[in-house]
Design a protein around this ligand. Structure first.
Ligand SMILES: Cc1cc2nc3c(=O)[nH]c(=O)nc-3n(C[C@H](O)[C@H](O)[C@H](O)COP(=O)(O)O)c2cc1C
Length: 217
């Protein structure tokens, strides 16, 4: 069974978010190509994603660096440590990932980083080897759908954008094959062309869905 985790990071909701609307076009095409796919939606603004706070940093250090057993952690650290693993376990259970997010201040909404911080778990999503760290999620595939108010493609802004870049780096570090991002940009420059930009991005999203769905697991 094909399993897709659809991860969104936009508090505006479907009616107002152009990215989320483009994402729905992706999902429709993905389901059309793969009617039996299991799709789970994860809204990072609604989900309870553990923060990398003092307890969790301490727990990670004790278990990873000092060989503590999870049972030996203080209760609050243990709870947060287990919650982090639960998030990572859920992620690992899927074959395909779609992230939908806007550019905010040259990067992603911070919930994306908060989520990714739960996924970097050595021994689970990557391993330390004599040749360095190696991603464990080989054979899985991901796509980022990103909306932007400004213009980045083929402009000097391209090198300043770090949301899409970091997300792709992080996913590739975990061993995931990352497709070319579906970008919809320039909304703030061309307010009269918003629909046109969204429709063009939906075409690309549908193509990406067909490409992704073509790789059967
Ligand atoms: C807090 C915030 C920061 C933003 N920063 C940027 C930015 O740095 N670059 C940019 O191109 N657009 C920026 N924008 C515009 C959004 O990227 C744009 O409105 C969004 O991608 C539109 O897609 P949506 O309808 O799915 O939210 C920002 C918007 C907000 C709310």
């Amino acid at each position: 069974m094909t399993k897709l985790l659809y991860i969104t990071a936009n508090p505006k909701g479907l009616n107002k978010s152009k990215g989320l609307q483009i994402g729905e076009a992706f999902l429709e095409a993905f389901l059309e190509a793969n009617p039996n796919a299991e799709i789970k939606r994860l809204d990072l603004f609604e989900a309870n994603i553990p923060k990398m706070d003092a307890d969790l940093v301490s727990a990670r250090g004790k278990v990873g660096g000092y060989g503590y057993k999870v049972d030996e952690l203080p209760e609050i650290e243990r709870e947060k440590y287990i919650a982090m693993h639960t998030v990572a376990d859920e992620f690992v259970a899927y074959d395909y990932y779609v992230f939908v997010s806007p550019v905010w201040n040259l990067s992603s909404p911070p919930v994306i980083k908060q989520y990714l911080d739960n996924l970097f778990v050595s021994g689970k999503t990557f391993n330390y080897t004599p040749e360095g760290a190696k991603g464990a999620l080989v054979g899985k595939k991901a796509l980022h759908i990103q909306t932007r108010g400004g213009l980045y493609i083929n402009t000097p802004m391209a090198e300043l954008e770090s949301g899409d870049r970091y997300l792709k780096i992080a996913l590739r570090f975990l061993g995931i094959d990352v497709m070319d991002t579906v970008v919809a940009e320039g909304f703030d420059y061309f307010p009269k062309k918003v629909n046109e930009i969204v429709e063009a991005a939906k075409v690309n999203a549908r193509l990406a869905a067909k490409q992704m769905a073509a790789v059967e697991n």
